[in-house]
Write a protein that binds this ligand. Sequence first.
Ligand SMILES: [Mg+2]
Length: 257
Amino acid sequence: MEDKNSGEILVLDLDGTLGLSLIPQEIAFNNAFFLIKEELEKFCSIKLEQIRKSYSLAKRKLYRKYPFLPSRHDKNLRLEQTLAEIEKISNDVKITDGKLLEKVKKCYWDTFHKEAAAYPDTHRTMEELMDKLTVIIFTNNGLEEAELKRRIFELEEHKHFDVFVCSEELGVCKPGHGFYEKFSELLKQKYKINISENKVYMVGDDPEADIRIANEVGAISILIKKDLLANKEPSKEIEKPDYVIFEINEIIKIIDE
Ligand SMILES: [Mg+2]
């Protein structure tokens, strides 16, 4: 890939940074829980609270099983494991036969499609940024979910970004150990982008996952206060950003400084 004139690189997170995604995710899980309750009530009595608890337990177990690995973010896997946890507490009701899971997954993704979208100024801003520097999107999602969200956000290669990378290609999620080394190596080998020799800006909505990494590697860190994490504050010095923005188009002013 040819370097842009400036030689500068912008690395953007996807969920919550370029569009509304985490609140839609919450709504989608809620709808999925209601559907599970409705379906299971034909056979047994189950409270919404028990379903929510089963989900939390399933998520916790997945986070433990896949420390900083893409599978921890896999929503289909989370739904499957939630049903497995519910099966353990609902006597004699076999619910992991596949049919209910398919229905629940469909409910989740139909809701997510309806609720998630790029922010109103995302496309225009990205087009403008593409003229100024190399634009890279990195997401912690696996390949399938990353591609699905890219389509929902209507982000196009060459128009809105130069490179789109997901954690599954690296085998590690932000802010896991070795993330940045693997990320740099992939950019160098596959896209001929040398991130270590250029000025790098990193933008994200999560102080813990995005800003910490940016600060650790000496990039200029930009925290965007949007979506579900809008009120999440840095808990450590290393999570404090160089800039705080409230709209994606504010990046342009920072880069032009
Ligand atoms: Mg994010």
